[in-house]
Design a protein around this ligand. Structure first.
Ligand code: DP6
Length: 334
């Protein structure tokens, strides 16, 4: 029997090799493969409840009823789930996010991964992890990777239309020897002025550096996979850092420029370079926001966190480690 309600938990992921730019905005097909680490902090817990009497879907985010873009995206996502399942009922989505929302801290990745898992369960879709990843992708590209714990590679897929849809999903990357932590240095927890979605669209359309960066991603993925396999933190960090800074370079060259990095972000970069000059493996990565994530060993993570907390403009710093896959919570009602 189909459940009327299902609850799922998912964690954010941070890309070590970034996704930046789509070849199909409707299906959310990226121009390049990306590779990420799911974190063990800031989970999103989402309950989807079918409501036979409802006239439309409802979204409640951290206790507040959403009426904006977030609601439009959630409804579009549930329309896709209904089309696949043949069940027409509307639903209420109740989502709690323990991290700051839309501040470049990957809240949409955790949000749509949790929604994909909960909605597929409640609408009776019996999906494999790869199918869940493909579905989560339709909500937000980076969500395709949060379906998995640890490390995951999202394949750009090939072709167009249904073939491309079939071939674009994330898969786990087996990593057994990696000692890695990620320190999130928050310089601004507010909602960002420009969404990742709009910023990447503008970059693809106007940046003369964009395709050069995409061309460099294949080598980054190959080197990253080898370094992860060997537990080589220096190479993991160096490749992640160059890939992220390259992505920001594409944005700085866009017309007009998109600049997410603030003076405080750059001060964190300087502090990380200083730590590295003392022999500590520490490298930065940054997403579509000013907050800086520092890759380091688990043993050095408290030292790194203390060092970045002392940087002017850093509001707080949190230590994260590889986290778990998205999952249904056991206390689902039937
Ligand atoms: C910089 O997944 O938020 O964090 O697919 O349009 O929803 P949409 O974009 P989104 O973009 C994430 C961009 C990034 C890099 C990454 O996570 O790979």
């Amino acid at each position: 029997m189909m459940s009327t309600s299902a609850t799922a938990i998912a964690h954010p992921n941070i890309a070590l090799i970034k996704y930046w730019g789509k070849r199909d905005a409707e299906l959310i097909l990226p121009n390049n493969d990306s590779l990420s680490m799911t974190l063990d902090i800031h989970p999103t817990t989402t309950t989807v409840t079918l409501d036979a009497d409802a006239k439309s879907d409802e979204l409640v985010l951290n206790g507040i009823r959403a009426t904006d873009e977030a609601l439009i995206r959630a409804r579009r996502f549930l329309d896709e789930v209904r089309a696949r399942s043949g069940v027409c009922e509307y639903a209420r989505i109740d989502s709690h996010n323990e991290g700051p929302t839309a501040a470049g801290l990957a809240s949409s990745a955790a949000g749509f991964a949790a929604l994909a898992v909960a909605a597929s369960a409640v609408y009776g879709l019996d999906y494999s992890p790869a199918q869940l990843s493909r579905l989560a992708r339709r909500g937000s590209g980076s969500a395709a990777r949060s379906v998995f714990g640890g490390f995951a590679q999202w394949h750009a897929g090939h072709g167009s239309g249904p073939t491309a849809d079939e071939t674009s999903f994330a898969e786990p990357v087996e990593v057994t020897r990696m000692d890695i932590a990620l320190v999130v240095a928050v310089v601004d927890a507010g909602r960002k002025a420009l969404s990742s979605r709009d910023a990447m669209r503008h970059t693809v359309a106007t940046s003369p550096l964009y395709w050069a960066w995409v061309d460099s991603v294949g080598d980054d993925i190959t080197e990253m996979r080898a370094a992860l396999c060997h537990g080589d933190l220096h190479t993991v960090g160096a490749v992640a850092e160059r890939n992220a800074l390259g992505m920001h370079a594409t944005m700085l060259a866009a017309r007009p420029a998109v600049r997410f990095l603030s003076a405080a972000s750059l001060r964190v970069f300087d502090e990380v370079a200083r730590l590295r000059s003392t022999g500590l493996p520490a490298y930065v990565t940054v997403d579509a926001g000013p907050n800086v994530k520092v890759l380091c060993s688990t043993g050095a993570s408290e030292t790194v966190a203390a060092a970045v907390r002392a940087v002017e403009g850093v509001r707080w710093a949190t230590v994260a480690q590889p986290g778990p896959a998205a999952r249904l919570r056991a206390d689902v009602r039937s």
